[in-house]
Design a protein around this ligand. Structure first.
Ligand code: NAD
Ligand code: ZN
Length: 239
């Protein structure tokens, strides 16, 4: 059976699908990923993106951090693509339990998904580092340079930077969903960022599906590997 047909069959038969995804889910919405050929890591900056997106760098050079952040991390005009929409539809049909994502763009929610676990936070939530006041994305966008709270404190996006830990509650929920899943669909992630990538190890079923453009370290252990564009594959498989 052709791989997409097999996936279609598994989706049809299941009521306990969990999706785990990364930056590749949003490239069809025009947001660059990190590691593809046209991803951020292949573009030239004064510092490598991993360094800019680290906690140390954020604290030491906030002006430089927010220059990169404004230019590359915020994609306010992006719209959900066929992958986001297919996953939202599966949830509304009662077949998909949760979307677990490494993305920070909020596009799953825009597509209508309700149970979205954002392992790395969201550009849409921001807090003052001095008084804790909450700000949405508009405040960050409206201020060129380092965004400031009305109290004068620096506003920090609720995005997990390198050197920072993940939210334990979110991580535990993700483990619970994955360990109980019937079908686990992993897509648009290079599976190289830990601890997120290690979540796949909690899956105990026999329907591990990998949908990715490039090869990943888990290709050998997946039950089904589909190399293609995730928006196209998911809309075909869910159609
Ligand atoms: P990554 O850049 O390491 O890997 C992306 C993977 O997606 C690649 O293997 C690539 O082959 C694949 N891919 C790209 N476009 C695809 C498509 N249309 N269909 C199928 N596969 C496609 O991304 P990652 O594994 O998510 O890790 C990067 C980290 O960067 C994450 O922690 C995430 O928080 C962050 N990030 C988020 C966004 C976002 O929110 N949209 C964007 C860039 C980076
Ligand atoms: Zn404040």
């Amino acid at each position: 059976m052709e791989a997409v047909e097999q996936l279609k069959q598994w989706i049809k038969e299941s009521e306990n699908i969990v999706f785990f995804g990364g930056a590749g889910v949003s490239t069809e919405s025009g947001i660059p990923d990190f590691r593809s050929q046209d991803g951020l890591y292949h573009q030239q900056y004064d510092y490598p993106p991993e360094q800019i997106l680290s906690h140390t760098f954020f604290m030491k050079k906030p002006e430089e951090f927010f220059r990169f952040y404004h230019n590359k991390m915020i994609a306010a005009d992006a719209k959900p693509n066929k992958a986001h929409l297919a996953l939202a539809k599966l949830e509304w049909e009662g077949k998909l339990k949760a979307v677990i994502t490494q993305n920070i763009d909020g596009l799953h929610q825009d597509a209508g998904s309700r149970e979205v676990l954002e392992l790395h936070g969201s550009v849409r939530r921001n807090h003052c580092m001095r008084c804790g006041k909450f700000y949405g994305l508009e405040t960050i966008q409206a201020q060129a340079g380092v965004p400031r709270c009305s109290c004068g404190g620096m506003i920090k996006p609720d995005v997990v930077l390198y050197e920072e830990g993940l939210d334990m509650d979110t991580l535990n929920k993700a483990v619970a969903y994955i360990s109980q899943a019937d079908v686990l669909i992993v897509g648009g992630t290079s599976l190289t960022v830990y601890p997120a990538a290690g979540l796949v190890d909690y899956y105990r079923g026999k329907k591990l599906v990998l949908i990715n453009r490039d090869a990943t370290p888990l290709d050998g252990s997946a039950d089904l590997v589909i190399n293609g564009k995730i928006g196209e594959v998911l809309s075909q498989a869910c159609g």
